[in-house]
Design a binder for this molecule. Structure first.
Ligand code: ATP
Length: 270
């Protein structure tokens, strides 16, 4: 059961140089996750506890998972990922136990970064109880909170959670000592998009006629994941034309295809 819901990577293969834009956000993640792991004495000397949990929120595909992985790799920490939806939907009645297992695995693999994606699936506001499944979700969340509350002589385990639905969150998880660092991860601005294009074309054979500034200017509203998809698609257009060099027109076609294609707009809204 564990192996299927929990993704454990000894030291993920993602570095800070793989992240475009998000400088401020990354600094904040480093301060709250990397510093306590690397310089625990600093916090002891000053006499404060580092923030327990960090919550990243914003639209899908903007680099939340990427940042969590990069900080784990930078600190030589084990990266343990679990999706909130899987916690409650995959194994009915097992949610609370899975949370307990999750933290046990993290302690066994210290230093560790625990990444809980789609935290809203276990920590939504309880408006009305729609189904009896709600009780199960509630139990799962209580277990998560109690794991976090019992964290004070915590070793080297840091928790990062992510959500696309900040508005849905139960405020209980945002209380001090829990996810008390909130970091917004928005769509990239033009400068960020240019950086992301450069990152995802690093290993591509790109023609001189490609202007990254122009690409960035034409992709307003796109996420990092969208940009990555455009780069891959552009490469596909080159292959279809029997070329090994990817040209500006390939990128143009690719972004047109992705814009008019099956992009489901409704999920990208926060
Ligand atoms: P979700 O909310 O859907 O889980 P996310 O914010 O966690 O999304 P990621 O999984 O980090 O998104 O991003 C998906 C992929 O898009 C990444 O693997 C990466 O290739 C690319 N990507 C997203 N944002 C960036 C970025 N800022 N810089 C470089 N690549 C990015």
């Amino acid at each position: 059961v564990r192996a299927r819901v929990m993704q454990v990577e000894e030291s993920p293969d993602v570095g800070y140089e793989d992240i475009g834009g998000l400088e401020e956000q990354l600094n904040e993640v480093r301060e709250t996750v990397e510093m306590p792991l690397k310089k625990p004495d600093l916090f002891k000397d000053v006499g404060i506890n580092p923030p327990s949990g960090v919550l990243l929120y914003g639209p899908p595909g903007t680099g939340k998972t990427l940042m969590a992985k990069a900080v784990a790799q930078q600190t030589d920490a084990t990266f343990i990922k679990m999706a909130g939806s899987e916690l409650v939907h995959k194994f009915i009645g097992e949610g609370a136990k899975l949370v307990r297992d999750l933290f046990q695995v993290a302690r066994d693999h210290e230093p560790a970064v625990v990444f809980i994606d789609e935290i809203d699936a276990i920590a939504s506001k309880r408006t009305d109880s729609k189904t009896s499944g709600d009780a199960e979700v509630q139990r799962t969340m209580m277990q998560l909170l109690s794991e976090m509350d019992g964290f004070d002589e915590r070793g080297e385990v840091r928790i990062i959670a992510a959500t696309n639905r900040f508005d849905m969150l139960d405020r209980a998880i945002l209380r001090p000592g829990r996810f008390d660092r909130l970091i917004e991860v928005p769509h990239p601005d033009e400068e960020g998009r240019e950086k992301i294009f450069r990152i995802h074309t690093r290993d591509m054979n790109v023609s001189d006629d490609v202007d990254y500034g122009v690409l960035a200017g034409e992709t307003d509203g796109m996420s990092g994941a969208d940009i990555k998809a455009i780069c891959t698609e552009a490469g596909m257009f080159a292959i279809r034309d029997d070329r090994t060099t990817v040209q500006a027109k390939d990128f143009r076609r690719a972004s047109e295809k992705l814009e008019t294609g099956d992009g489901d707009e409704d999920v990208s809204r926060t």
